[in-house]
Design a protein around this ligand. Structure first.
Ligand code: DTR
Length: 341
């Protein structure tokens, strides 16, 4: 009897050891955890799209992947996002490419004044441009998605209805958009978006040039009581992942991320367009903001001043080896295609 019990116990012991050694490594290690850094505050659109992506990834991988999000520059800031992800300080990061104009010349061409009508079209155009041209600037990372803002407009503390009104006014803008303001005679002051609330409060600038959802998300409508509709240029964004972390992902997880690339671009574009409209409505209703539309004649004058910008950019970018002419042609053609014109 004793021997039988001893055998049975030995059997259980062996089975347990076997079960432990044969258990797949992943089941022991638990879910794959990835950090995702973002530079602006949580309620703003880059972070809203980040939370949406996180939710989709966690659902589509049945919890095999967990995304830890870090909004508000808590892990990486606006200007060290790309290098921070390359160095592995964050696994994933969201960056505004316009803040480093020389580094991302190909994708930043989408911020030229080429008439991209909205964020949905801009986002799909940018994603196609990235895929077609495969810029070297992204060779050290895996690009998960790209999207753009809605077109930029002037938000200001003083009414701006004409070129005379905008002359020498300090307005905040970044990247290529600064040239647009300069062409209109304003005095562009460059800084990333998270630095703008303080600059407005301190009076360093009298307004800014950006997509209009920021009137609500940053409460700029409390200070800027005027909007001048210019619908002039979009700002491009990218979401990038550390290359080693990407290479270490199982194939089925990589597929989930890749499937989300275009979908996330379109989702963010549509969200941005909806939200910019809601922000203007809120600004008018709750904050008494006035919206100016330039007369046809005035608008023609403003547009005329922007014409040399693209030609000048083509000349200087071509000199640096960028296929600038083809790029501008493609951006215009893709934009028409997605806009259904
Ligand atoms: N227009 C760009 C980018 C931008 C637009 N909305 C937000 C919100 C949060 C951060 C950046 C942006 C800009 O003016 O910086």
């Amino acid at each position: 009897m004793r021997r039988k019990i001893a055998f049975a116990l030995a059997g259980v012991f062996l089975a347990t050891i076997l079960a432990i050694t044969l258990m797949p490594a992943n089941a022991e290690a638990g879910p794959i955890k990835l950090s995702y850094a973002n530079f602006p505050p949580a309620p703003t659109f880059p972070c809203v799209q980040m939370e949406r992506w996180k939710k989709e990834v966690e659902a589509r991988t049945n919890g095999k992947v967990l995304i830890n999000t870090f909004p508000g520059g808590t892990l990486l800031g606006a200007k060290n996002m790309m290098d921070g992800v390359i160095a592995g300080q964050a696994d994933i990061g969201c960056l505004c490419m316009a803040y480093q104009p020389g580094r991302f010349m190909i994708t930043n061409a989408t911020s030229l004044p080429l008439g991209i009508p909205n964020s949905l079209v801009g986002s799909l155009v940018l994603w196609d441009i990235y895929q077609k041209y495969q810029p070297k600037a992204f060779a050290k990372v895996k690009v998960l998605t790209m999207f753009t803002t809605a077109p930029s407009n002037i938000m200001s503390k003083i009414p701006i209805k004409s070129l005379a009104d905008i002359k020498s006014v300090n307005l905040r803008a970044s990247g290529g958009a600064a040239q647009i303001l300069k062409a209109w005679g304003a005095n562009p002051v460059g800084m990333p978006m998270p630095a703008t609330p303080e600059a407005l409060q301190k009076g360093v600038v009298k307004g800014l040039f950006s997509s209009l959802e920021v009137m609500k998300d940053f409460k700029f409508a409390e200070l800027c009581k005027y909007i001048t509709v210019t619908d002039a240029a979009v700002y491009p964004f990218a979401v990038v992942m550390n290359m080693d972390k990407w290479n270490a992902l199982p194939k089925d997880i990589q597929e989930v991320f890749e499937d989300l690339g275009t979908q996330q671009s379109a989702w963010t574009g549509a969200y941005m367009d909806r939200h910019a409209k809601a922000s203007v409505a809120w600004s008018k209703r709750k904050q008494g903001v006035k919206v100016f539309r330039l007369s046809k004649a005035e608008r023609a004058k403003w547009n005329k001043l922007l014409e040399p910008i693209t030609a000048k950019w083509i000349a200087s970018a071509s000199a640096k080896g960028v296929p600038a002419k083809a790029l501008v042609r493609d951006i215009k053609a893709f934009s028409k295609m997605y806009d259904g014109r």
